[in-house]
Each structure stands twice: as structure tokens, then as C-alpha cells.
Write a protein that binds this ligand. Structure first.
Ligand code: GRF
Length: 206
């Protein structure tokens, strides 16, 4: 009998190209997960349109309705629990999640960040990389903890930074790799192939 699929929620705020990569992997049958809901805190996010186009339940939660982020998080957490979501992927979700939200889904939230963490956490990671003068940057998928982009790293891909790179060109090169890396990391989780020892995440030996 096939194992029950994990239930995935993707949180977005913008373009949603990583969401698209996840959807495509599912539709190509490479990733076996039930993408149960896409939630956005931005009403006109292209990501929501992408989800709708593929018949995925998509919800806009309006931050303006709630007096603070804590209450916003509570509403979102309630929805995710009600749906028995197993895994939450942040894909360009531009709002910091509160401690309570993170605690209640501990070890079940992952994020993709456009740098080789721990270098250049936070906003404008690609710009930070160029200004610092690094010769390689890349992307990281990591578990979310209470810090900013500071949780245990699951997978990373490096890309070169060229002398004539600008923020846009480097972002494009990194994004291309993100679209491979995120579905790959999710697949490892769905197949229960990761070991974690403190901060260190490794592949289980088969
Ligand atoms: C990506 O660069 C991701 O690493 C960062 O936000 C961007 C989202 O892009 N967290 P998209 O919305 O998936 O196209």
C-alpha cells in the first residue's frame, strides 16, 4: 500500500518562481507530496495566480485586518493545523514569523535563501555578496529557527560571481539553482532521508 503523502503548505509574498518549481516537480511526478495550500500575505502576488492556475487552494491573509503580526500568525497557524499540514515551505515569504508560530511547527518549516549561509543573511543577499566582493555565492535551503536565516542548513548550491555581475545578473544565476535545490530538499524530507544532529543535517546512509 502506498504511504500517505505528506501535506505541504507554501507561504509566499511575490513572484512565486520557487513555488512554480515545486508545482512542476510534483506534476512531473518527481516529488510526491500533497501541495495542500498556498498562503500569501500580499493580495496581488503572482504566486497566488500560479497556484490557482494549477488548481491549488490559495489563500490571501490580509495583514491589515490584524492588529499585529502575532495575531496574523495565529490565524495562519490555525489554518495550517486545521488542515493537518506536515511541512511548511517559505518561498519568498517576506514577513518574519513570530516565535510562537515557529515553536508550534518546530522542525517542520524550511526556507530558501539566495546566499551561501551563514554569509549574507537577511534582505538583499545578492547585493550584499557583490558589495562584499565574494567570488562564489549561491543558495541555501535551511530549517527555520527563531533567528534570521540562521537555522540548520539542509542543502546548498554554489554559483560563481563574475567581475561584471550586477545584483540582477547574480540573482538570475542563483534563482536558476534555487529551482533545482528546493524541490530536491523537499524530496529528501518526504523520503525521510535526512539525519539531524544539532545544527548538522546529513543524508542518511542507505
Ligand atoms: C528567492 O530568491 C528566495 O531565495 C528568496 O526570495 C526569492 C523568492 O523568489 N527567499 P520567488 O518568489 O520564488 O520567485
Amino acid at each position: 500500500m502506498p504511504l500517505k503523502k505528506m501535506k505541504l503548505a507554501v507561504l509566499v509574498s511575490g513572484n512565486g518562481s520557487n513555488l512554480q518549481a515545486i508545482i512542476d516537480s510534483i506534476e512531473r511526478n518527481e516529488l510526491h507530496i500533497d501541495l495542500s495550500i498556498v498562503i500569501s500575505n500580499v493580495e496581488n502576488a503572482l504566486a497566488l495566480k500560479r497556484a490557482k492556475k494549477h488548481g491549488i487552494k490559495s489563500v490571501f491573509i490580509d495583514p491589515a485586518i490584524y492588529p499585529n503580526k502575532k495575531e496574523f500568525d495565529q490565524i495562519m497557524a490555525g489554518k495550517l493545523k486545521e488542515m493537518s499540514i506536515d511541512l511548511i515551505c517559505l518561498a519568498g515569504y517576506m514577513q518574519i514569523l513570530g516565535k510562537d508560530f515557529i515553536k508550534s511547527f518546530s522542525g517542520r518549516i524550511i526556507n530558501i535563501h539566495p546566499s551561501l549561509l551563514p554569509a549574507f543573511p537577511g534582505l538583499n543577499a545578492q547585493k550584499q555578496a557583490i558589495e562584499y566582493g565574494v567570488k562564489f555565492s549561491g543558495c541555501s535551503v535551511h530549517f527555520v529557527d527563531e533567528g534570521v536565516d540562521s537555522g540548520p542548513i539542509i542543502l546548498q548550491t554554489a554559483v560563481p560571481v563574475y567581475d561584471n555581475d550586477e545584483e540582477m545578473s547574480l540573482s538570475r544565476r542563483i534563482l536558476e539553482q534555487e529551482h533545482h535545490l528546493y524541490p530536491k530538499a523537499i524530496k529528501l524530507i518526504t523520503e525521510n532521508k535526512l539525519n539531524q544532529n544539532g545544527r548538522t543535517v546529513t543524508l542518511k546512509k542507505s
